[in-house]
Every structure is written in C-alpha cells, then in structure tokens.
Design a protein around this ligand. Structure first.
Ligand code: PRP
Length: 216
C-alpha cells in the first residue's frame, strides 16, 4: 500500500512538528535528511511520506487529495476556507492574531482607525471580517510576508498579523492594540482519505494523544 502523505508546513513550525511526530513514535526520518532542500521525505518504515510545502498551500494539497493529511495553523485554515476535516489540535505553533500600530500612533483600539485607513496583512479575509464585524471600514492591503515593515514604509497605518514571541513587533516599534484570536497548529484531512486510510490515521492521532497525556 502507498504511504499516507502528510503536507507539512516549511518554516518555523516544521522542526517542532517533526519532534512531536517522532515522540509519538511514528516518524523516523533518518539522521542525514537535508530537510532544507527536500520537498518529500519518506519515513524509514515507508508508511508515511511528508510533502514539504509553504504553510498557506497545505490546505490546498489536502483539499485536492494530493495529500491525505496536513498540518496548518488555525489562522491559515480560517483564511483558506477549504472543505477539510480538522482532526486534532496539535498544541504546537501557539501564537496570536493581532492588530498592531506604530508605538507613536494615537490609535489605542481598532475603532480609532480613520475610515479608509490601510491595514496590511497576510490574512485579508480574517482581517476584513474582523473590521466589518466592528463596523470599521478599512482598506485591506494583502502582503505575503514582512508585514511589520508596512507601517514603517508608509504603506499602512496598521497591520493584522500573527505574533509568537513579540520580538518582530518590538524590533519594528509596533504596539498591539487588539487581539483577534489565539492560534495553534491543527492536523487536517480530506474526507476520502479519512475513510480510505482510517487505520493509519487513527494510529497517528492515538500516538499524538499519548504524547499529550504523557506531558500532563
Ligand atoms: C511571522 C509573523 C511575524 C513573525 C512573528 O512571520 O508574520 O512576522 O512571525 O513572530 P515573533 O512574534 O516571534 O517575532 P514569519 O516568520 O512566518 O515570516 P514572514 O514575515 O515571511 O511571514
């Protein structure tokens, strides 16, 4: 039988995920894998294959069935709005989706924004929903990264982005004014894979649950 494929996000989440999956006793990627360059990695037992993709592409791979499973942040999932089943909160990649402004800005809360203000973000849907639900009319500017640069460069008055340690905000003299939601990484699946590969998927979820229990 072919391996179960898991779309894994490259970047900051990848190392903690490999560690978590290894502790669940499921993955042995072997010692010499150059994960920086590889796009696919099979586990030593041949039962799992990781597809290493950009975080925002994970839901796409899973929805189209190009991957059986995937790991994506709740922020990415809500933004993508794809037909997917969320199987498990992995509890890693915990961060917050926030609105921030320059430290010297007079803005203290979202409703202080002047109507039509530009807000830069990687999450245009989530940001738009947030401001609309508060009756604030803004001009959302979609960027693909380095969001914290936008206010400094005069592109936007505020940003909506994720923050984990807060270092990037501090380094760019930005101040949080609103917390929009808490975020963590989720294991996701498409409906067909869930049925067809159920035994192995169950094994994975049980292994992950056992790691969580052992931490208590
Ligand atoms: C994310 C996020 C912030 C940064 C926050 O960016 O968009 O820029 O991490 O982390 P911190 O609070 O720990 O400093 P990422 O590193 O994913 O890169 P990007 O700027 O290319 O999106």
């Amino acid at each position: 039988m072919r391996p179960v494929t898991i779309a894994m996000p490259k970047g900051r989440l990848f190392a903690p995920l490999v560690e978590l999956f290894s502790r669940a006793g499921l993955f042995d990627l072997g010692p010499e894998v150059d994960l920086e360059r590889r796009l696919t990695v099979k586990t030593a037992d041949g039962r799992w294959e990781l597809l290493l993709v950009k975080p925002a592409d994970v839901p796409i791979y899973v929805e189209y069935g190009a991957a059986d499973l995937g790991v994506a942040g709740k922020d990415v999932l809500l933004e993508a709005r794809r037909e997917l089943c969320e199987l498990y909160d992995l509890g890693v990649g915990r961060c917050r989706l926030i609105m921030a402004v320059p430290e010297d800005s007079p803005i203290r809360k979202a409703t202080d924004l002047i109507p039509g203000s530009r807000v830069a973000t990687k999450f245009p849907r989530l940001a738009q929903e947030y401001f609309s639900s508060h009756g604030i009319q803004v001009d959302i500017v979609k960027l693909n990264g380095s969001i914290e640069l936008a206010p400094k460069a005069g592109l936007a008055s505020a940003i909506v982005d994720i923050t984990e340690t807060g270092r990037t905000l501090a380094q760019n003299q930005l101040r949080i004014v609103e917390e929009i939601m808490s975020v963590s990484a989720r294991l996701i699946c498409n409906r067909i894979s869930y049925k067809v590969r159920y035994p192995l998927i169950q094994e994975l979820v049980r292994g992950l649950q056992a790691v969580e229990v052992s931490k208590r």
